[in-house]
Each structure stands twice: as C-alpha cells, then as structure tokens.
Design a binder for this molecule. Structure first.
Ligand code: ADP
Ligand code: MG
Length: 615
C-alpha cells in the first residue's frame, strides 16, 4: 500500500515536471504518446478485458478526429461542442462495429472488424465533407477558459488530465462488478450467462468503451495536430496499436500504458525507417505472443518465478471441510416434510423436444419436480441428460414443448434471465472463469444486478464502491463455508479437480438460487469428497432449495434422492422413488443390455461436451 503511494507520487511529480525537461520536438511526441495511451486503453477494455477482438479501434479514433474536425469546419462549432460531437459519433460507430459480435467471436470477429476499419479509410478518402485524400487542415485550436491551448506544452497538461481520468475510470470498471462480468464473459460466455450476465448487452458495452476512449483520443488528436487525413487512421496505425497492447500485456492496465510508451519511443527512433519499423513491430508481436503471452506486464512475475520466489501454486491438495448449517436431524426432518406434504411444483417440463440437426437429443420429455425435492436424473451416456439441463437453464431453446419454473413460463427465457429468477447450475465439464481468482468467480455469481444497474458507474460511482465492499464480505463468507478460503486468490487452474468441482458448487450457490442443477458433481471425486458432496447437497436442500442432480454414482443417487427420473435415448423410461425405479425392467435393460445388474463402473464414463449457444 505504502509502496504504491510512493510510486504514484513519484510518477505524478515526474509527469508534472516532464515538459520542463523536453524540447519542442519531444513534447510533441509525448503529446502523441498520451493520445495513443487513451486509444490503447479503449482496446484494452474491449479486447483484453471483454475478449472482443476489435480491429476497428483505429476507425473509432478516426471518427472522433474527423467528427470533431467536420463539426468545426462544416458546422462552425467551437472546439468543445465539436469534441462532444466527435465522441458521440465514435460511440455510435462503436455500437455498429459491435453488432457482428452478437453473432461471431474470436478470429471471425477480427476479420469483420478489420473489414470495417478498411471501409472507414476508403469512405473518408472519398467523402467531400471530409476533404477526401487531402483531409482537413487548419482546424481550430482548443480554448480553455479563454486560454489558447495551441502550445504543445499547455496541451500536454490538458491531455495529462484526460489521461489520468481515463486511467482511473478504466481501473474503476475493471476492479468492480461490471469489469468482473466482462472478464467472466471473456473467459466463458456460457457460464457467465448462467451466472446472470446479459452477454449481448455486455458485448455492446465492451465496444462502447472502445468508442468512448477512441473518440476522446481522436478529438485530442485533431486538436493537437490540427489536421486530419486518411493515412493517420489506416491499418499500419491499427497494427501499431495492437502491438502496443499485446506487447504491454493485454490483461494489465499498467502493462498497456508501458507498452504504448515503449513502442512510442521505438517508433521515434525508427521514424526514418518506417517500412523496417513495421517489420520490427511484427517480429516483436510474434515473439511476445510465443514467449511471453502475458506481455511485458507478466515479465516481473516470470522472473520472480524463475528465481524461485513469488507465488507458488497452491500445494494443499484437498479442500477444507464444508461447514454445514444444519444438523443431520434437520436433514431428516426436511426429508420427512418433503415426503409427507403436498409441496407446490417448482419446475415442470412438458413434452420437451430438442433437435440437433439430424439428432433428436430429447424426444418429448415430461416430468415435474416439487419444491424442496432432490431429484436424481440418471441414464446412459448420450441419453440427453446434459441437454435437458441446457434446455432448463436457458442455454438451449427447446425445439418444442413448454417449461414452467417457479410458476412462470420459462420456455424461451434466456440463461441470464433464469439465473436472476433463481435457477443455478454447474457444468459437467467444469466451466470456471479461468483467468479470474476463485474469489472473483464467486463474486461474479454474487452479483444479482440487472444490466441497467451499470448506469451507476456514470451517475453514482460511490454506490458502486459500497456495494462492491459488501459483495466481497459475502464472498469471503461463502469461501469459508465451502472450505475454500485458502484458495481465494488462486486461479482455478491451480486447484485439484475435486477443489474445482467444489468451487463450481460454491459459485452456483452464491447466486442464492431456488433451483440448483448439478451435472455429474461427483465425477472425478474421491470417496471422502463424495461423502462431503452428499452433506453439501443435503444441507442445500434443508435450506429450501430444490435440487436436480445428474449422477452416475448409483450409491449416491439411491441414498440421497427423493425421486429419480431415468432417461434413455432422449425419453423418460421411468420416474419414481429410487428403489422402485431400480426394479423397472427397461431401466435395467437400458443400462446393461442383457446383464441384469446395476454396475457402477460401467456407468462412470464421461459424456460428450454438449453446451452450445442458444441461437
Ligand atoms: P448425456 O448428458 O446424457 O450424456 P447429452 O445430453 O450430452 O447426453 O447428449 C445427448 C445427445 O445429444 C448426444 O448424442 C450428443 O452427441 C448430442 N448433443 C448434445 N449436445 C449437442 C450439440 N450442441 N450439438 C449437437 N449434438 C449434441
Ligand atoms: Mg452429460
């Protein structure tokens, strides 16, 4: 903490006195570098934090610059009203650039946005109002309360102020709930949606951040150079920008700033050899991607690790004990109340069909689950169990049929919506947010806000900080309860398999669900961990949560479930109390062909991954 304060003070003093140490030429270069910092922070938020490959960031920069230039030359606005115009234009364009992200991701998105960047250059090269190939010159200088800001020295302080504000806002977003949701979406958009993140809106927001920062950078650029032309916003600039972000470290804000400064210096040194410079950036990017994927930002940690210091992977294998909130007596009482009384229906599926091209994974599945029940879902691999969960949790829309959850029709509800309404799940093939700490994984789930809540980032930031502090306290309680405290700051990948399964359950429970769907939670667990799982599930049910559990471990199913539903090739072949179901001839046949015994080992093979986006 103190170290950070000292470092910040030194940096601040340095930044303030810097112009006094610089010649007219270098201060201009510094002014340009600050503009690139802002531009790069936009790309960092869109690409590094939200995982949206945006190669049109340079076009957003261009729209900011051209927008404000045209507003002054054509509409005769002053610098500041023109600035607002430029920034709004950039935000609008960013939303247009973001539309493809609703359909495609990763390299497809990169190609589409690259095309948009190219289109931008050819449009402004032909647009009369934009001065065509010559561009627009003699733009009005910025005025600040009557002060003429056309001196590069004065302009430096204006830019510095904007940069500090930009860095603080970016850091604020990244370290609070909106940033966590964006990162969760980057790491695994299906799991993020299942935890309550409205993925399409978040993707558009990610692009809008690029628009704000790109627009501000563009306006400052037009004000500094007072001349805009197509080549300032072409692909070589986009490539330079990408190199800055990747070399600096796309997941780290200080890394991005260092990357911009480092490459700005290299660029100045190589300014007489611009074609060689392109080659050099290209080579550097390749080297960084191959040898230091976390960029310069990751170098200190790597050096520490090589020296044998720094954070070791968590050695402790197992999780701590689960702290039950109910006694076995209370569990028994809950079971008894469940089996004696008529409880309202919590979840009802009617004639659900799910067709994947030529394959009918679910073929008219009907069943209903009462509140407070533990329902086992069993069946051979490929019988459609995971698909059923995907349909119930809103990841897939059913081809036909109807679903009611907690008294409301949920047939076409989205995963994010269902999560906010109280449906939580775990995944058969673990889907933790890989680059988030265990605590942050839980924090993403604890966030029950709708997307409109994000307005508070602009109008009431104090409220954001306050609720974040409360969420952190609750996250620590949950980690404590699930025996995960010692892993709080670790990445999920550093944990044992059993511990990761435990984190998934803790994360699902952090959403305070009314219905919990567990997809093979015991797969890969040792005997002791399976016993703990049984305690956890019983405890969850005693808390009043309805549990659906897909499980191959028959011992666990028989001892824990109130009722069992058996699926085979997409249809329900039996439904009833565990002991009854085990005697049904079709069940025995579905499991073992002609052999007439339930043999667990045969059933413990992992099924295929079957989560896919709901279209
Ligand atoms: P289970 O969980 O019971 O092992 P699944 O629900 O994973 O079974 O799969 C049921 C069937 O549906 C399998 O034949 C599987 O290959 C197919 N399937 C599952 N998800 C998809 C998908 N997204 N696209 C195409 N086929 C799928
Ligand atoms: Mg499955």
């Amino acid at each position: 903490m103190i170290k950070k304060a000292i470092l910040t003070t030194i940096l601040a003093v340095f930044a303030l006195v810097l112009p006094y140490l610089m010649s007219g030429y270098t201060i201009h270069a510094a002014d340009v570098a600050i503009i690139y910092c802002l531009l790069a922070i936009g790309l960092y938020l869109t690409m590094g934090i939200a995982g949206q490959f945006n190669l049109a960031q340079v076009a957003l920069f261009g729209v900011g610059a051209y927008g404000s230039a045209i507003a002054t030359t054509t509409f005769g606005l002053g610098f500041w009203p023109a600035a607002v115009f430029g920034i709004i234009a950039a935000i609008i364009l960013s939303l247009i650039v973001g539309i493809p992200a609703l359909r495609v991701q990763s390299h497809y998105l990169a190609i589409v946005t690259l095309g948009l960047a190219l289109a931008f250059v050819s449009i402004v090269s032909n647009l009369v109002i934009a001065g065509q190939a010559e561009g627009l010159n003699n733009l009005v200088p910025a005025q600040f309360f009557g002060l003429d800001m056309s001196s590069d020295y004065l302009y430096y302080y204006l830019e510095l102020f904007v940069l500090v504000a930009g860095i603080l806002f970016a850091a604020f977003v990244v370290h609070t709930r909106l940033g966590r949701r964006l990162k969760a979406m980057r790491d695994d958009h299906l799991a993020a949606a299942a935890m309550g993140a409205e993925v399409p809106i978040l993707r558009m927001m990610a692009f809008a951040f690029g628009g704000v920062y790109g627009g501000v950078a563009g306006v400052l650029y037009a004000g500094l150079i007072r001349y805009v032309a197509p080549e300032s916003f072409g692909l070589p600039i986009m490539f330079l920008l990408l190199a800055m972000v990747v070399i600096g470290g796309r997941h780290s804000l200080p890394g991005v700033v260092v990357g911009v400064l480092a490459l700005s210096i290299v660029r100045e040194l190589l300014s007489d050899f611009s074609s060689v410079a392109q080659l050099a950036y290209g080579a550097l990017v390749v080297l960084v991607v191959v040898f230091a994927p976390t960029g310069l930002a990751g170098v200190p940690a790597r050096i520490l690790r090589l020296l044998g210091k720094g954070t070791r992977a968590v050695q402790a294998k197992g999780v701590g004990p689960y702290v039950a909130s109910h006694s076995p007596k209370e569990h028994a009482a809950a079971t008894a109340t469940f089996s004696s009384g008529e409880r309202p229906v919590a979840l009802e599926a009617k004639e659900i069909v799910k067709q994947f091209k030529g394959l009918r994974a679910l073929n008219g599945v009907s069943f209903s689950v009462r509140e407070g029940e533990i329902r086992g879902i069993v069946g051979p691999n490929g019988s459609g169990k995971t698909t059923l969960f995907n349909v119930l949790s809103g990841i897939h829309a059913p081809t036909a049929g109807a679903i009611r959850i907690l008294g409301q029709s949920s047939t076409s509800a989205s995963a994010y919506n269902l999560s906010l309404r109280g449906v939580a799940r775990t995944f058969q093939n673990l889907r933790l947010f890989r680059l988030l700490s265990v605590r942050d994984n839980v924090l993403v789930a604890l966030d029950r806000s709708t997307t409109t809540w994000s307005w508070r980032y602009v109008i009431w930031p104090v409220g954001v900080f306050r609720t974040d502090r409360e969420l952190r306290l609750r996250a620590d309680e949950i980690l404590e309860r699930y025996g995960l405290s010692k892993f709080a700051d670790s990445a999920p990948g550093e944990l044992s398999y059993g511990a990761q399964r435990r984190v998934e359950i803790a994360r699902a429970m952090a959403t305070s669900p009314k219905i919990l769907l567990l997809d093979e939670p015991a797969a890969g667990l040792n005997g002791d961990e399976v016993n703990q799982l049984r305690d956890i599930v019983n405890d969850i049910r005693t808390d009043g949560v309805t549990v659906l559990i897909i499980e191959h471990n028959m011992g666990l199913v028989m001892s824990m479930c109130d009722r069992v539903t058996v699926l085979a090739t997409g249809s329900v072949i039996a439904d009833g109390a565990p002991a009854e179901v085990a005697r049904v001839p079709q069940v025995i046949e579905a499991y073992l062909g002609d052999d007439a015994a339930l043999d667990n080992d045969l059933l413990e093979i992992e099924g295929p991954a079957s989560e896919e986006v709901k279209k």
